[in-house]
Design a protein around this ligand. Structure first.
Ligand code: SAH
Length: 371
């Protein structure tokens, strides 16, 4: 207890501190961690939680990540792609509800038709959502995997300003065991660099509780986020999918996994301080109030689902995805109450950018950009 209290007063953390905090299992110590993380979130980001309405616009995928339910080799799903008009309509609805930002996510494609589709959606959303409250339209985050530098530039020029590309794990051996050989760890790192150079607010994250992942690996993940000056974190528990190609026999039990996922949010908040951290849908898949718990442990972003209900069942990255039978209206009403129940407020009609990004932008204006 004493050691934990001491650590929670620190401002900078080394790997052994992080391992200690991630390993806490005593309820009283975990409560201290939770309180400290919530207080740090309040200090650096205020009381608001921001919405990013997510449109999962297509499950067509050219890759075969072994853990993922929509991987190319899974023939048991109906493949779909919304039209540009449908995507814009989802985003318009979000803007009218005061969401402030949206995320476009899909399976991974790199063909010209796909790239111009994303450009058309991005430009269309910007045009359709300008209002007095949102003079530059909705904030747009993309989550479309590894692309070329030119493609990232095209997406940025079309008006997207944030990009989420999870590193999945920073342990290269573990990364290799999760992906076919054409998917290379070094390329993912390169993509994160491209995104940063293009001018995006850069988000990354990991899956927590992957078979064979250790607490030391997770501590390295947090140090990676810090050392790469990441602006936003989207991470969540690893949840087995019945059609996955990895051996899921050694996955953690539910309670331990939920605790670890919440601890990761808390320790990220303590170490990284001013970044945006999402309480992801995968947390909610584990327990009905998973996102609220994520907020209590220091998260400040949630991603309500805007995908039309008919398509949600075909976009199950993992088993037990919540809300697949609900519509976006239900998601909106339910979430506001959930956020207020833990003492936060919703940041309506604003992009809710990462203060970390603002700080590094100002830094970069005074000192040469880091290569
Ligand atoms: N193709 C894009 C976006 C879709 S996948 C991309 O790869 O970036 C989005 C995220 O879902 C992945 O980064 C991964 O971390 C997560 N995911 C996929 N399968 C999962 C599983 N079985 N459990 C938990 N998260 C999973």
């Amino acid at each position: 207890m004493e050691k934990t209290e001491q650590l929670l007063h620190k401002n900078t953390f080394d790997k052994s501190d992080i391992v200690h905090l991630l390993s806490l299992s005593e309820p009283a110590e975990r409560a201290l961690l939770q309180k400290a993380a919530f207080a740090t979130a309040t200090t650096f980001l205020g009381n608001n939680v921001y919405y990013r309405g997510i449109v999962e616009f297509s499950n067509i995928c050219t890759l075969n990540c072994y853990y993922c339910g929509i991987r190319k080799g899974n023939n048991s799903l109906h493949r779909y792609c919304l039209s540009v008009g449908e995507v814009i309509n989802c985003a318009k609805w979000a803007a009218e509800c005061g969401y402030g930002s949206c995320v476009l996510q899909s399976g991974e494609r790199r063909d010209e038709q796909f790239i111009s589709f994303v450009e058309a959606c991005t430009r269309g959303i910007k045009k359709a959502t300008v209002s007095d409250t949102l003079p530059e339209g909705l904030g747009i985050t993309l989550s479309l995997g590894e692309q070329s530098r030119e493609t990232y530039q095209r997406f940025f020029d079309a008006g997207a300003h944030r990009y989420l590309l999870r590193i999945e794990t920073t342990n290269p051996t573990l990364f290799t065991s999760l992906h076919p050989e054409e998917q290379v760890f070094a390329n993912r790192l390169k993509c994160l660099t491209y995104l940063r150079k293009t001018g995006f607010q850069v988000g990354t994250g990991v899956m927590i509780g992957i078979p064979d992942q250790t607490v030391e690996d997770l501590a390295d993940d947090i140090l990676f986020f810090r050392d790469n000056d990441i602006d936003m974190i989207g991470m969540g528990p690893y949840l087995p999918h019945p059609d996955a190609l990895i051996d899921n026999s050694s996955v953690m039990d539910n309670d331990a996994l939920l605790s670890l996922a919440l601890s990761m949010i808390a320790v990220c908040r303590l170490v990284l301080k001013d970044v945006n951290i999402a309480a992801t849908t995968a947390l909610q898949a584990m327990v009905h109030d998973g996102r609220e718990q994520g907020i209590l442990y220091g998260a400040n972003v949630v991603m309500p689902n805007l995908t039309p209900t008919d398509f949600r069942k075909s976009y199950q990255l993992y088993d037990g995805k919540p809300c697949i039978d609900e519509g976006k209206e239900e998601c909106r009403n339910c979430l506001k109450n959930r956020i207020e129940s833990v003492g936060r407020t919703v940041g309506w009609d604003t992009w809710g950018d990462s203060p970390h990004f603002e700080a590094r932008k100002n830094d970069n204006n005074s000192t040469p950009a880091r290569e």
